[in-house]
Design a protein around this ligand. Structure first.
Ligand code: HPA
Length: 267
């Protein structure tokens, strides 16, 4: 793959072990990288060209502590083109470069009043409400991916321990994926609550499916930017999401850096 050649030419012997996707509010993580090399997605064949304000399009390769990581600042969302496999090539490339784990982040709306804006939530499972899959069209039996424990239980326990030891409150719950780009109706929010979801958002689920197909372990964290539509008087907008995300971004990124730096290689 051409992108692999481009990356290895720039980084020589560097082998990332953890792939990270940064969503809205999580961009400060790159400030924790050492020996970082940046490559714009535009120079990487098959990487997406995001169209969303507040999302950049840059691959960072460097270290978090002693952990070699590949950080994708910017992802493709299903609502941008209708395709939900926009992150297939980037994840294949990072898997081939040596990543064993994918850490995902996003901004999300809360379905629980007790989990207000600026909360951090570990994703325990998801609801694929659009019932879209990035694996449609593939052949072979590997496409029948087992989605039990898609969000790795050992990595979740690790994240809880890091949060506890650093005194950061960390909720845990189910993420319901809506395709977007429109926000949900109040009725859709009530539906998601009835279905057992704790948060709603417009990303992450396709990448989790792709990652499990590639055999990557997955950990995912949401930064809550608002209560779901109709749960408060707040007017939802992308600007509001970004403004709320900015307030919590330092705490979120510092927790994330601690979690990633201390992830062990799989047995
Ligand atoms: N809905 C969907 N996506 C979101 C929301 C929301 O309320 N907040 C942040 N991303």
């Amino acid at each position: 793959m051409d992108a692999i050649r481009t990356i290895t030419q720039r980084t020589l012997q560097f082998r990332p072990r953890i792939a990270v996707v940064l969503g809205s509010g999580w961009g400060d993580l790159t400030g924790y990288l050492s020996e970082a090399v940046q490559i714009p997605y535009a120079e990487l064949a098959g990487f997406p060209q995001p169209t969303v304000a507040g999302h950049s399009a840059m691959l960072w390769l460097g270290y978090l502590g002693r952990q070699p990581v590949a950080v994708m600042s910017g992802r493709q969302h299903g609502y941008e083109t209708g395709a939900v496999d926009g992150m297939a090539v980037p994840l294949q490339v990072l898997r081939q470069l040596g990543c064993h784990t994918l850490v995902q982040t996003n901004a999300a709306g809360s379905l629980r009043r007790t989990m207000p804006a600026q909360s951090l939530m570990l994703i325990s499972d998801h609801l694929n409400l659009p019932q879209r899959s990035p694996l449609v069209g593939l052949t072979g039996t590997e496409r029948f991916v087992n989605m039990v424990d898609a969000y790795d239980p050992a990595l979740r326990e690790h994240a809880r321990q890091v949060a506890r030891s650093t005194g950061v409150a960390l909720f845990e719950g189910v993420y319901a994926w809506f395709l977007g780009p429109q926000f949900e109706t109040p009725c859709e929010i009530r539906m998601a609550q009835l279905l057992g979801a704790d948060a709603v958002g417009m990303s992450t689920v396709p990448e989790t499916i792709l990652a499990r197909h590639l055999g990557l372990r997955v950990l995912a964290l949401s930064l809550i930017t608002n209560l779901g539509a109709g749960m408060s008087q707040e007017q939802l907008s992308h600007a509001h999401t970004l403004a709320q995300a900015r307030i919590a971004s330092q705490r979120a990124s510092s927790l994330l850096a601690n979690i990633i730096a201390n992830i062990d290689s799989p047995p």
